[in-house]
Structures are given as C-alpha cells and as structure tokens.
Ligand binder design. Structure first.
Ligand SMILES: Nc1ncnc2c1ncn2[C@@H]1O[C@H](COP(=O)(O)OP(=O)(O)OP(=O)(O)O)[C@@H](O)[C@H]1O
Length: 364
C-alpha cells in the first residue's frame, strides 16, 4: 500500500503498564504488545476481541491519549507517538473520537448546540457566532437531528439521539479519521443498526476513515471493510471482513465465531463462551499466547511466537503455526465456521442495517 493511500499505521506498537513500584517491582501488564497494522484512507477498520485483550489501550494509543512504551503510530504521514503542544491540538482536529457514552463526561447543563459547537472553540476560533451556529445546524441535519433542538439539553434525548450528538461533535471539525470505542454497544439492536448506517453514510459522504473498536462480531461484520482480531495484546488474524468471517484461519477467531451468542433484547448480549480463562496480560504464556486455550496446540506453540503472516492473498494474515492443518485435518470434515446462533445474529444485523423488517428476537 502506498503511503498516499494510508492514513494510519502502527509499527510494533507496544504499551506495558506498571513494572516499577515504591518498594518492589510490580508485574508488567503487557496490554498491547508489538502491533503493526495499516488503515487505508476511506475504509472502515474494525478491531475486535474479548474484554481485556487490550483493544481500549490500543484505541487510546491510536488517539494519542496514551504514549507508547515502544513502537510508533504514524497518522497522515507524521509520527504522532509522542506528539505534544500545538501538534497535539492539530491532531485533535484531524482525528476525532466517538465514545460508548459520549455524555458521561459532559456537562448536562450545556445545551446540545453548545456541546456540538465546543470543538470549534478550540479548532476554529476565527468563526463568528453566526458561522458557528450555521455549522452546528448543518451537522445536526447531517446526523438526523432537527436543528431546532439545538437549545435542548442532553437528558431530553434518547440513547440513539445522544450518540448522534456524539457523532456530530466528532464530525464538526471536519476530521480525516474518527475512532469509535464501542460506539454502539450501549444501544439496542435496531438503534445500533441506525447508528451504524448513519456512520457508514457519513463516512462515505464526508470521506472520513473510521476505526471501530468492538467486542461484538455481529456489529463488525456489516460495517467494516477490514477486521483485526486481538488476543492478549496481539493481533492473531487480520483481513477483509469477508476473509475473516467466511474463512477464519486462527483457532481463536474460529472459536469466537462459533460461540457468538444468539441475539437478545437490549443489552443482554454476552460475548463468547470460549473455554478456559484468558491468561493475565501480566503473565502471558510463552510462545503463542493462545496455546493454553487452543484445542490444536502442539509443543512448538508453547515455545515459538507465531508471526502474523500472509495466507492466500496478501490481505489475509494469520498468526498460527498450524493453521493449514487445522483448516483441513486429515480425514476430518471441514468445521463449520459459525454457530447457528451466529448466523441468526448476522441475519438480524443484515436485516436491520438494510432497513428490512427486523426478525423477532429469540426469547430467553
Ligand atoms: N492504566 C493501566 N494500568 C495498568 N493496567 C492497565 C491499565 N489500563 C489497562 N490495563 C490492563 O491492560 C489490559 C488490557 O486492558 P484494555 O482495557 O485495553 O482491554 P479491553 O480489551 O479494552 O477490555 P474491555 O473491553 O474490558 O475494556 C487489562 O489487563 C487491563 O487491566
């Protein structure tokens, strides 16, 4: 990929927490460990994994809310790993964030118009009050909120509308990249679909690149162009959404897909029921970090770290010593990549996203 086509790149990006205590050394938490990825201009790139795999830490490193222990983050051709001062202010204009609950940290006494306009005060102080109001009205209309509601307060809006306000705030400075950390996981499925559609439409219309962090594969499948699967601080598989969902090669990705829960009403979803506990990132297993939970683990998996390397087609990469044998065990039938529940969940999202009638949710 030429650097012109690429908006964001990380190179061996690593974040370790702790390691020095007052009286004794505390264990080092290897939250993110040597991640290299590339995000193309205009695409939607998803990062997915179980709770504790390090995806929020990775998101914060990409946003330069955290400084890496080592490695680098290159945004729009510039190394931002240690950006500070005016460079950081400029970065905040070009790279914006959408959080799970954009209102938890915002002043409930500010009107929605003021909240949406807030980033302009820092990034476009030259605008007159009238110009600012016009920009707020324009972006409110784009995210599907009536401009005449600018005088209302956050509590007067529903969850989905609040997330639209969060999106308006993120887009008002005209960023090149928007990073969403679990941007729809607090919303129920039909509202999630509306917000996903909105994000897709806006990113196409405005030419914004999206990086979406999520634990829910159902959400990811229909909104992303490419997907990276994380396990214990590392990427284990990466490729187009089609490659990763239709032909997963890593046993962890296969397990995630096979154990997707059936869709449940509002917020009752839980992620996978993979067997075994995820080891602590303060004491990650040697070799392949997944070997303690992998049904296919061999002796070399316990000692040798597998590289993330290309399988058929350069876009699909997997970090597993034995993916070829796992894919086609001698004499064994091919494993179905998805559970019936996963198929049901994907169908539900597809229907919701396409605006078709949403099928009834599976009862408890
Ligand atoms: N500031 C910190 N100091 C020490 N350890 C941390 C810190 N932030 C995160 N960690 C640890 O790093 C690991 C990865 O955390 P992170 O929040 O990035 O995971 P996650 O995949 O986003 O999980 P979740 O979905 O539950 O937020 C966890 O073990 C966490 O306890």
């Amino acid at each position: 990929m030429s650097s012109k086509d690429m908006i964001l790149r990380t190179d061996a990006l690593t974040k370790h927490f702790g390691g020095v205590g007052f009286l004794k050394k505390s264990p080092v938490v290897q939250a993110v460990d040597g991640i290299s990825l590339e995000v193309k201009r205009g695409e939607t790139f998803a990062i997915v994994g179980e709770s504790g795999c390090g995806k929020s830490t990775l998101a914060r490193l990409l946003m330069r809310l955290l400084e890496p222990t080592s490695g680098e983050v290159v945004f729009d051709g510039k190394d931002i790993s240690h950006a500070a001062g005016p460079d950081l202010t400029r970065l905040r204009r070009d790279m914006q964030f959408i959080f799970q609950d954009p209102f938890s940290s915002l002043n409930p006494r500010m009107t929605v118009g003021k909240l949406i306009a807030e980033p302009l005060e820092v990034h476009a102080p030259e605008l007159s009050a009238a110009e600012r109001r016009a920009k707020v009205a324009d972006i409110m209309q784009k995210v599907g909120l009536p401009a005449e509601h600018a005088g209302r307060y956050p509590h007067e809006f529903s969850g989905g509308q609040r997330q639209r306000i969060g999106i308006a705030r993120a887009l008002i400075t005209g960023p090149k990249l928007v990073i969403g950390d679990e941007p729809v996981s607090a919303l129920d499925v039909s509202v999630q679909a509306q917000v996903i559609n909105l994000l897709g439409d806006l990113s196409r219309e405005l030419g914004v690149t999206l990086v979406v962090i999520a634990h829910d594969l159902g959400v990811i499948r229909h909104m992303s162009d490419r997907v990276a699967v994380m396990y214990l601080g590392r990427i284990v598989e990466m490729g187009t959404a089609e490659e990763v969902f239709s032909a997963p090669h890593h046993p962890y990705t296969q397990a995630l897909l096979a154990s997707i829960p059936a869709p449940r009403p509002e917020g009752e979803d839980r992620m996978t029921t993979l067997t075994g506990e995820m080891p602590s990132p303060a004491a990650p297993p040697p070799g392949c970090r997944f070997h303690t939970r992998c049904p296919f683990a061999r002796p070399d998996c316990k000692t040798t770290v597998p590289d993330l390397s290309a399988v058929e087609g350069a876009s699909h990469q997997v970090a597993c010593h034995h993916w070829q044998e796992i894919d086609a065990p001698a004499g064994a039938p091919q494993q179905a990549p998805h559970s019936a529940a996963a198929e049901e969940r994907f169908a539900l999202y597809r229907a919701a996203i396409e605006g078709a009638k949403v099928t009834p949710l599976t009862p408890e």
